[in-house]
Design a protein around this ligand. Sequence first.
Ligand code: SAM
Length: 201
Amino acid sequence: MKPTPTAQDWHAHYAAGRDFRPLSDTERTILRERLARPDGAEVPRAMDVACGTGQLARLLAGLGYLVDAVDFAEAALERAAATSTSGITYHCRDVTTGDIAAVPAHDSRTYEVITLRRVLAHLPDRARTVAELAGLLAPDGILCVITPHADRQPEKLRGISLDDAEIALLTDGWEHTDRIEAGNSTVLLLRGPTCVPRSPR
Ligand SMILES: C[S@@+](CC[C@H](N)C(=O)[O-])C[C@H]1O[C@@H](n2cnc3c(N)ncnc32)[C@H](O)[C@@H]1O
């Protein structure tokens, strides 16, 4: 099994001018339709976890969210911040070390939307990270996971993908789950975590 990449590995990737797969038109359409700004939320908040160079954070800001975007690769955040920061605050954090709950600085400390694109398969304890993020969701908030699907990837990319059994483990414990196939990726929209304490307000 390949070792989990370190923050330095990711940083080096971005510092060399490289990036990852851009959002496809299908993903953009799904995200715009399914994460449209909710009625009633005066200032809807979103968190993009493992934001890379910020493409999804910018899409969320374009939908009207104020966005906290988190990654631990400094070069990614530098490149993201050089593009557009309108409505977006970037944070350099490791999401596996338990301090993600310290990111929100606004009054409710919760988010209408939290997104994770192409990162969950990389995380050493994804169930724990998902549970921590679930605790940051507003009532009716949506956790949106986009992951390459193992059945639609070459075997050499298995390590960056999730299969149906791994997806089932993720969706277990949510009241509402929507699953949408988008090319070689799967989009999960999860609402109503059933076994996660709410974060203190
Ligand atoms: C494959 S890239 C995807 C980036 C972005 N979500 C996108 O779709 O373009 C994975 C990202 O996760 C970040 N990442 C991986 N492990 C992380 C961790 N423990 N804490 C914060 N960021 C992490 C990496 O730095 C990298 O930017």
